[in-house]
Design a protein around this ligand. Structure first.
Ligand code: 0PR
Length: 365
């Protein structure tokens, strides 16, 4: 830090210079985050100085968090759902497994996860000291083989995971089968719907994945992905709100005498942003946005197929994967572990973006 400060204009010009080096969203197919909705940005600004780490000081903001959780719980067919707003899917996944581990004390805990599990479960393994046992995909699909899961479960298994909207292929595991395994073994069933949680409820034909499925204990759902909130905003939703107490530690000098979140100080701004988007759009608005993303996904697929690119599987949601092939310069497309091209068709990937991309692809021909 220099001795003397700069003017406001100088600081902002300096920052703008750095910002201009970032990749514009109109070139990004590789991200599950998007440009936040305008109403989220406005709400974020209003709540920028709030700290949900000390909710007694911000009862209004804390009420928004309760309403956000209640509304998402309701959307996911729950009643009296508990939980809280996290920093994202990683925190939600860690905290869910932390609960599962506490419910089933054992010396060598393990969790059984699909091969598709997000790398946040590697962090979970490290932090919580739980072994992660990955079950393979079902032959010819990118969803988990639940028979293989059953074989991996033993007396030290504290949880099974199903993914609803996998990071790489956007498919939905057989949640009812995973939840059945959890019921039969009296263990936790966590559903990672970080991405799919705000897509699947708005699809015309969707697989069961939420609290309507008997045995689902908790769900990760990230408003900072398809919820178009400001970053960072995740949620952990718990079928039984009482389970949150398993996470609590004493915080005697604060307005709340116990703390159950992973982070201490935590923003209220993104929570207000997420809630604002839900109030503003309603289910109708979300349905329209998801329909638009699906329409653009179909256009991408038909355009790519016309140039000979082949999809790995028909898209289930707004994520398309293609067999390895060349991509024009200047576009951000990620590759899955298997080397497939992965396009996440977020709201910022508009029809114009798709057409501009296809135009560039045509020049490769
Ligand atoms: N669960 C699933 C199914 C996910 O896809 C992700 C993240 C997480 C959990 C973890 O969520 P947080 O990153 O919020 O903790 N999926 C994206 C991915 O790994 C995250 C992302 C988003 C990465 C935007 C890059 C990016 O530009 O692809």
């Amino acid at each position: 830090m220099e001795e003397k400060g700069c003017s406001r204009e100088e600081v902002l010009a300096l920052l703008a210079g750095y910002r201009s080096r970032d990749v514009p969203h109109s070139r990004i197919f590789s991200s599950m985050c998007t440009v936040p909705h305008e109403i989220a940005v406005a709400a974020h600004a209003l709540f920028v100085s709030t700290n949900l780490g000390d909710p007694g000081l911000y009862p209004g903001t804390a009420e928004i968090e309760r309403r956000l959780i209640a509304d998402l719980g309701d959307l996911l067919h729950g009643t009296g759902i508990g939980g809280y707003a996290t920093s994202g899917g990683t925190e939600s996944n860690i905290q869910a497994i932390r609960i599962a581990k506490k419910l089933h004390p054992t010396e060598k805990p393990n969790i059984v996860v699909p091969a598709s599990a997000h790398f946040s479960f590697d962090k979970t393994r490290d932090i919580l000291g739980v072994e992660t046992r990955a079950a393979p995909y079902k032959e010819g699909s990118y969803t988990v083989d639940t028979d293989a899961m059953a074989e991996l479960i033993d007396k030290n298994t504290v949880a099974v995971l199903a993914v609803a909207g996998t990071t790489e292929y956007g498919v939905v595991d057989d949640v009812p089968a995973a939840a059945k395994l959890a019921r039969e073994n009296d263990i936790w069933c966590h559903v990672d719907a970080a991405f799919g949680g705000l897509v699947i409820p708005f699809l015309k034909n969707s697989a069961p994945f939420d609290f309507a499925v008997d045995g689902v204990s908790s769900i990760t759902l990230d408003p900072h992905k398809m919820g178009m909130s400001t970053i960072p905003c995740g949620t952990l939703l718990l079928r039984n709100p009482e389970h949150m107490k398993l996470l609590s530690v004493d915080s005697p000098y604060l307005t709340m005498k116990t703390s159950f979140t992973l982070t201490g100080t935590r923003p209220g701004a993104d929570v207000a942003g997420a809630y604002a988007v839900m109030k503003y759009l309603g289910r109708e608005g979300f349905r329209d946005i998801v329909a638009g993303c699906l329409e653009n996904t179909r256009r991408l697929v038909s355009g790519m197929e016309a140039f000979g690119y082949k999809t790995v599987l028909p898209p289930v949601m707004n994520l398309a994967a293609f067999h390895p092939a060349e991509i024009p310069e200047g576009w951000k497309v990620s590759r899955t572990r298997a080397g497939h091209l992965r396009f996440v068709m977020m709201p910022h990937v508009t029809r114009d973006v798709v057409e501009a991309f296809l135009e560039d692809v045509s020049r490769l021909q």
